[in-house]
Write a new protein. Structure first.
Length: 396
C-alpha cells in the first residue's frame, strides 16, 4: 500500500505529472467542457470507475487528480504485487475513514491482474460507499473484469495520445530539463512513442544524458534504439490487429492487409496462427465465388509449416494478396448460419421416411427409401427436409 509523496530524483514523467485538469494533455473526449470526467471532477461527484486505455495515457494521473478534487484519502495498490490480504487491509482503513467522515479513493493499477475472488472482495464496499474504486487496465474490461464489478462502476475509455499531444509534452519536458531540442528530434520522438506519454518523456530524459548541448536527432535514435510494438499476443491489441487484418482483406485492401500482417510478424505472432485465419477467411468471405481460394490458403499454411520464417513471409504475403484480389461471397457463410440455426431449433425432427435407409424387409414395407433412385439431381415429392423444418424455410 502506498500513499504518493514527494521524492527526490523522480523520473521526468513523474516530475511533470499534472496535478490539475488544466495541465492534462489529451483525452479531450472525456475531459472537454461538459464531458463526463470533467463534470464529475469539477462538480464533486465521486464515482467508482474503470479507466481503460493504452500505457502512458494518464490513468494514474487522472485517479490522483480525482482524489485531490474529492478530498479523499488516496490509496494506491498494484494488482501485480498485491493480494487479498492487502485489499482487506485497505477496506479496514477505509471503514475507519468512513466513521471519521473521510472519503477513501482506492486506485488499483492493472486491476485485470486480480482474480475473481480478489475482485469480488470490492463489491459490497463499492456498493455501500466505503471506497471509491478507480481501477486502471490496459486490457478490455469486458473480458478481464467480473460483470458484478462492471455493473457497479463506470468504464471510461482513454485514447492513445496523438502526435500533437506528444509534441507538446516533449517540448515541455525539454524546457523543464533546460535543454534545447532539434525540431526533427521532437518529430521523431513523437512518432516513435506510439501514443505513450511516459515513453516519450523517459526517452527524452535518456537522450538528455547523451547530448552535449541541444538534443539532436541522433541522440533520440540512440536513446530509443528500436520501437517496441504495442502488441500483446494474449491481450486486446492482439484481437484488434487481427480484426483489422481480416476486415482489410474483406475490403480488398492489399496495402492495409499487408501492413497488419507485418505488424503481427514484427511483434512475434505465430505465423501459423495468421495462416489459420487466412484459411478461415477463404471459406467465410470468398467461398463459392472462388472455391480454389481455400486450396491456396491451405497451401500457404503448409508452406509456413515446412519453411518457417523469414522465408515463409512470401507465402503469407502471397496468400494475403490472393485473398484481397478474389471476389467475395457470403453464400457459404449465410447458408451455414441458417442451417446451424435450424439444426439448433429442430434437433430431433424425424427424417422423411423416403430418405431413410432400408436394410430390412420390414423397413421397406414401412416405406423407408421408397422411390429412391441413384440419379444425379434426384428429387423427392415433399423435399429433403423434415416437414416442420421445411415449413420454416418456405418462402424465405
Amino acid at each position: 500500500m502506498d500513499h504518493p509523496s514527494s521524492t527526490s530524483n523522480k523520473p521526468l514523467a513523474d516530475q511533470l505529472r499534472p496535478s490539475n485538469l488544466s495541465e492534462v494533455v489529451g483525452q479531450e473526449h472525456v475531459l472537454g467542457e461538459g464531458k463526463f470526467l470533467r463534470s464529475i471532477i469539477t462538480n464533486n461527484q465521486p464515482t467508482s470507475m474503470i479507466l481503460w486505455g493504452p500505457p502512458g495515457t494518464g490513468k494514474t494521473t487522472l485517479a490522483r487528480i480525482m482524489g485531490d478534487a474529492w478530498e479523499a484519502d488516496f490509496i494506491e495498490i498494484s494488482a501485480v504485487v498485491s493480494g487479498l490480504s492487502d485489499v482487506r487491509q485497505v477496506i479496514k482503513h477505509a471503514e475507519q475513514n468512513r466513521r471519521l467522515g473521510q472519503r477513501t479513493l482506492l486506485f488499483v493499477d492493472e486491476i485485470h491482474r486480480f482474480n475473481k475472488a480478489q475482485q469480488d472482495a470490492f463489491l459490497p464496499h463499492v456498493e455501500n460507499g466505503t471506497i471509491i474504486l478507480i481501477g486502471a487496465t490496459t486490457e478490455n474490461p469486458s473480458f478481464e473484469v467480473i460483470n458484478a464489478l462492471l455493473s457497479r462502476t463506470k468504464v471510461v475509455v482513454l485514447e492513445q495520445l496523438t502526435k500533437d499531444h506528444l509534441t507538446k509534452l516533449i517540448k515541455k519536458g525539454a524546457k523543464h530539463l533546460n535543454k534545447k531540442i532539434n525540431p526533427k528530434a521532437v518529430d521523431l520522438l513523437a512518432e516513435l512513442s506510439s501514443g505513450d506519454g511516459r515513453t516519450a518523456l523517459s526517452t527524452l530524459e535518456t537522450a538528455t544524458g547523451l547530448s552535449k548541448t541541444s538534443i539532436t536527432l541522433e541522440n533520440i535514435k540512440d536513446a530509443i534504439q528500436k520501437r517496441v510494438p504495442a502488441y500483446d499476443k494474449n491481450g486486446d491489441e492482439h484481437y484488434s490487429v487481427i480484426s483489422a487484418f481480416i476486415k482489410s482483406m474483406r475490403g480488398s485492401s492489399q496495402e492495409a492487409a499487408l501492413y497488419y500482417l507485418y505488424r503481427m510478424i514484427n511483434a512475434g505472432e505465430d505465423p501459423k496462427f495468421i495462416a489459420r485465419r487466412i484459411i478461415v477467411f477463404a471459406s467465410e468471405d470468398i467461398g463459392m465465388s472462388s472455391p480454389h481460394a481455400l486450396t491456396l490458403a491451405i497451401s500457404v499454411f503448409q508452406a509456413v509449416e515446412r519453411v518457417g520464417l523469414p522465408e515463409a513471409e512470401y507465402a503469407l504475403a502471397h496468400g494475403v494478396v490472393a485473398m484481397c484480389s478474389a471476389k467475395k461471397s457470403r453464400e457459404v457463410t449465410n447458408s451455414m448460419s441458417k442451417a446451424k440455426d435450424l439444426a439448433s431449433r429442430y434437433p430431433n425432427s424425424p427424417v422423411p421416411t423416403n430418405l431413410r435407409n432400408a436394410p430390412t424387409k420390414l423397413m421397406k414395407d414401412l416405406g423407408y427409401n421408397k422411390g429412391y433412385k441413384w440419379k444425379a439431381g434426384f428429387q423427392v415429392k415433399n423435399g429433403f427436409l423434415p416437414e416442420d423444418v421445411a415449413d420454416q424455410t418456405t418462402n424465405k
